[in-house]
Design a protein around this ligand. Structure first.
Ligand code: RIB
Ligand code: CA
Length: 319
């Protein structure tokens, strides 16, 4: 049986890797791409989603979402990581197709209500669209099948942050939205830096994608040149971590991951803004802002070789 997903995304180079993975997978029905600011501004991220849809012939809808965080001042686009155009400054043509007229959060609400219990929300950008959907229609918590999020860092394997020493980018971009989404009464699984920094696409691996996955593989190779230069300059490595595709891998095969249960909160201001904390021990305290929140799942271990094999095997369907 296939899993219907709405993929909330800020494309973005690793977002494109994830979107194409979802489209290729026989286990997934990609219902919609809902776009959010983050790696690029909202017009650019929506344009990039429409570009992928048109160029690679997706059937899914595309909806444009939030242009800024709920409360904090915008951090600004991740130009140093994803380039001015979000796709590593590889020239792309303007799409001739348009987005759904509804804002992304309304598209999410309508889609979930039209298919109760069937849709998994997968979010790989700032969580603003999901928080807006929850604020406008809290009843969707009972109608969504599952929520899978690439975001956050809980310190497993010493992975504590990327944009700050103690915050991951998607959560740091809108910590208030993340706290709303993590504490809502729906089943959330977080695929954060704890596992995405444990899986690595080497330069050689991306060369293999180019050589075996047809036009899609060539496109991923082209847009990842800029991304790999960033990784080399910043971290001295020949390759990149597997962020957004890991969330799709979880949807396809959760057994690749080991999870830990417990409520999650987000620090929303100060130097630790964007820090994610899971209370995974059953301790008692006089003051406990985790106590009445639902237990969510945090991925703490990944079978990285099996994940890499799954990605290549799935993407080779494009070859
Ligand atoms: O921290 C990694 C995340 O931030 C990924 O989703 C990447 O695309 C950026 O949005
Ligand atoms: Ca992303």
């Amino acid at each position: 049986m296939t899993t219907k997903i709405i993929l909330d995304t800020d494309p973005g180079i690793d977002d494109a890797m994830a979107i194409l993975f979802a489209e290729a997978s026989p286990e997934i029905e990609l219902v919609g791409l809902t776009c959010v600011f983050g790696n690029a501004d909202i017009d650019t991220s929506t344009r990039n989603a429409l570009y992928l849809k048109e160029r690679f012939g997706f059937q899914c809808d595309v909806a444009k979402g939030a242009s800024q965080p709920l409360e904090r001042p915008p951090v600004g686009a991740s130009v140093a990581v994803h380039g001015e155009n979000g796709f590593g400054d590889v020239a792309i043509t303007e799409p001739t197709i348009s987005a759904d007229p509804r804002p992304a959060h309304q598209y999410i609400i309508d889609s979930v209500k039209a298919a109760p219990g069937e849709i998994t929300l997968v979010a790989v950008g700032p969580l603003t669209n999901l928080a807006l959907a929850l604020q406008q229609a809290p009843e969707i918590t009972d109608l969504v099948k599952e929520v899978v999020i690439m975001g956050g860092a809980f310190g497993t394997h010493d992975h504590t942050g990327n944009v700050t020493p103690f915050a991951e980018a998607n959560v740091h971009d809108d910590p208030h939205a993340a706290d709303i989404v993590f504490t809502a009464a729906w089943p959330v699984t977080v695929v954060g830096l704890d596992v995405t920094h444990e899986a690595f696409f080497s330069n050689d691996y991306i060369d293999t994608l180019r050589d075996t996955c047809g036009e899609v593989g060539e496109f991923i190779w082209d847009i990842s040149r800029f991304y790999l230069d960033f990784y080399k300059a910043r971290m001295g490595v020949d390759g990149c971590f597997v962020h957004d595709p890991s969330a799709i891998a979880y949807v396809i095969d959760p057994s690749l991951f080991e999870v830990r249960k417990g409520p999650i909160r987000v620090v929303c201001d100060g130097p630790a803004e964007g820090l994610t904390l899971q209370k995974h021990k059953d301790t008692k305290h006089k003051t406990d802002d985790w106590a009445d929140k639902p237990a969510q799942s945090v991925a703490v271990k990944v079978n990285d070789q099996a994940l890499l094999d799954l990605y290549l095997d799935t993407m080779s369907r494009f070859g």
